[in-house]
Design a protein around this ligand. Structure first.
Ligand code: DX5
Ligand code: ZN
Length: 233
């Protein structure tokens, strides 16, 4: 049984398996958790909302037994509503949908909670933070994209740091996580942690230098991102 999610604002590192060995997802999930990952971030792409294609609910269900903690599913798909149930049934703890993926994000967020998952709202770098104002009471997490979604290994977009600070004050004392996705490294993690983010997704910066047969670099990389973020608080 996965652990129930409780809310706190401690720094959480969420490696993205987009940078893992796609032929070894189960072992990769076990390795990153053994090396200190807090959450496992799962990037679903449809070749339509974003230019890249990854995998769907069947893969999520297959990796679920290999994840002890939080399975954080980031849907970069449009339309999204018709697939929510399938990802919830696959065991996602958090399901994030993009505000830009359709005209009815309010309904989408209701559907995610209705399916029994925590509701995440992802916003692209070009989306104004004010767009989330009327959604704040229906989300458990807001994912601020610090790259344009679609690919790992892109450069962090610095203009998003001010967006995170603004979002933090808009959220006030609501139990809402701020997640950062894209270009997170020990250099950029302190900027977003200081601005109020608590969940840091990192793909290339976690998986670089390691493998399932040599997972120690994952641990070193996770620890370096965490230490840099915590030092900024
Ligand atoms: C981008 C994905 C990210 C990506 C992050 O569309 O949502 O989760 O894997 O990768 P890095 O950390 O390499 O920027
Ligand atoms: Zn992601």
């Amino acid at each position: 049984m996965p652990m129930p999610m409780t809310f706190d604002r401690k720094i959480k590192i969420a490696p993205s398996i987009l940078s893992a060995d796609f032929a070894n997802f189960g072992a990769e999930c076990r390795a990153i958790e053994a090396e200190g990952a807090d959450w496992v971030h799962v990037d679903v792409m449809d070749g339509h909302f974003v230019p890249n294609i990854t995998f769907g609910p069947a893969t999520c269900a297959a990796i679920r037994p290999h994840i002890k903690g939080v399975m954080d599913v980031h849907l970069m798909i449009a339309p999204v509503d018709s697939y929510i149930e399938a990802f919830a049934n696959a065991g996602a703890d958090v399901i994030s949908a993009h505000l830009e993926a359709g005209p009815h994000i309010h309904r989408t967020l209701q559907a995610i909670r209705g399916a029994g998952a925590k509701a995440g709202l992802a916003i692209n770098p070009g989306t104004a933070v004010e767009a989330v104002e009327y959604l704040l009471d229906m989300v458990d997490l807001i994912c601020v994209m610090t790259v344009n979604p679609g690919f790992g290994g892109q450069k962090f977009i610095h203009s998003q740091v001010a967006k995170v600070a603004k979002l933090r004050s808009m959220i006030g004392d609501r139990p809402v996580h701020i997640e950062i996705d894209g270009g997170v490294t020990p250099e950029t993690a302190p900027l977003v942690a200081a601005a109020g983010a608590d969940v840091l997704v990192a793909g290339s910066a976690v998986f670089k230098g390691g493998s399932v047969s040599n997972p120690a670099p994952y641990g070193t990389n996770i620890a370096a991102i965490r230490a840099a973020a915590e030092a900024a608080l």
